[in-house]
Design a protein around this ligand. Structure first.
Ligand SMILES: [Zn+2]
Length: 329
């Protein structure tokens, strides 16, 4: 990779002595976004985007955190680092690294569809692109998000008319905000599990406006909840926090719902295919737009995507990393 080497601690830039999204505690960590497999606890100092910082602080506690706006440049021992929107979740960044004319971009997690909430993806020209491949198979082709939101809203209405509460399970950082902002105002009130509400509070406190939500509490009645939709994290699915409110229907919102059998394995009534990652076409478009000759493929279908890129004439190789993915299967 030249500028970066893969180590037991993560991707390392020896010239600047920094790590990108390290999976073990290091001295200096540059962080692409706040998901747990990218922003890990224990490093001495962190650098992330201004808009990702509040959630990262909320999750990692009292850390030594420096921030930088998108497009701003920081030089460390002659190496230039900058953040560029990855369109994955609020504040998520691709990390551009350049030194003596050589440019490398580490994608982090990304999607090129504009969700109307996260800073929209921006393509960055580079010689080497390190791309994720969470959904790097041709079978992954996302339906237009407007159609998915219509499906979700129809499902909720249908549940209501049949006397069932609607519960949507979505990752608390990213997907929950996307659902809240993507659904029509009239589909509310929007009720939340406390884990989701806590993240929303952090985001509101940084001055970003979100639709109104009501945390599920004991004073609410079944009739209240029946009127709107409940948003909860996947981990709440097997707990009994909603038992006292009576019959409900469970929907899971995840890119993995595109896989046959995924809904059944999750024990859900309905699966909605909506992802904060690029689909096959999105990955290919993003890679082509960088103009990179060298592509390193991390996390996901690394072998398949890198072989496909090799056939198209690129220098592509899988790159072993410890990213675990933020979408729950
Ligand atoms: Zn992520």
């Amino acid at each position: 990779m030249g500028l970066l080497v893969n180590t037991a601690f993560g991707l390392y830039c020896p010239q600047a002595d920094v790590y990108l999204d390290p999976w073990k505690p290091v001295n200096k960590a540059i962080i692409s976004h706040g998901h747990a497999d990218h922003a890990r606890w224990g490093s001495v100092s962190y650098l992330c985007t201004t808009s990702a910082a509040p959630v990262i602080k909320y999750r990692l506690g009292d850390i030594n955190l420096e921030t930088m706006a998108f497009g701003e440049e920081k030089r460390i021992n002659g190496v230039s680092f900058s953040f560029h929107p990855a369109g994955h979740i609020l504040g998520s960044a691709q990390i551009r690294v350049s030194y003596k004319g050589e440019v490398l971009v580490f994608s982090g997690d990304y999607k090129i569809i504009n969700d109307g909430f996260s800073e929209p993806f921006e393509s960055v020209k580079c010689h080497t692109f390190i791309t994720e491949s969470t959904f790097g198979l041709p079978i992954y082709h996302w339906t237009d998000q407007k159609i998915v939101f219509n499906e979700i809203e129809e499902w909720c209405l249908n549940n209501k008319s049949n006397g069932y509460l609607s519960v949507l399970y979505a990752y608390s950082l990213g997907k929950a905000q996307r659902i809240l902002q993507g659904m029509a105002e009239c589909a509310g009130p929007f009720y939340t599990h406390n884990t989701i509400e806590a993240v929303l509070k952090v985001i509101r406190n940084q001055g970003i406006s979100l639709k109104n939500t009501i945390q599920v509490n004991e004073n609410l009645t079944r009739a209240d909840l029946l009127n709107g939709v409940i948003i909860a994290p996947p981990a709440a699915q097997n707990s009994n926090w909603l038992n006292k409110f009576g019959p409900l229907r469970q929907g899971v919102v995840s890119g993995w719902m595109a896989l046959r059998g995924a809904r059944r394995r999750r024990n859900a009534d309905k699966g909605f295919v909506l992802s904060d990652h690029a689909d096959w076409e999105g990955l290919n478009d993003a890679i082509a737009m960088t103009g990179a000759e060298n592509v390193l493929v991390t996390h996901g279908y690394t072998d398949i995507l890198s072989r496909w890129l090799q056939e198209k004439g690129l220098n592509a190789l899988p790159l072993e990393t410890n990213f675990e993915g933020d979408e729950v299967l």
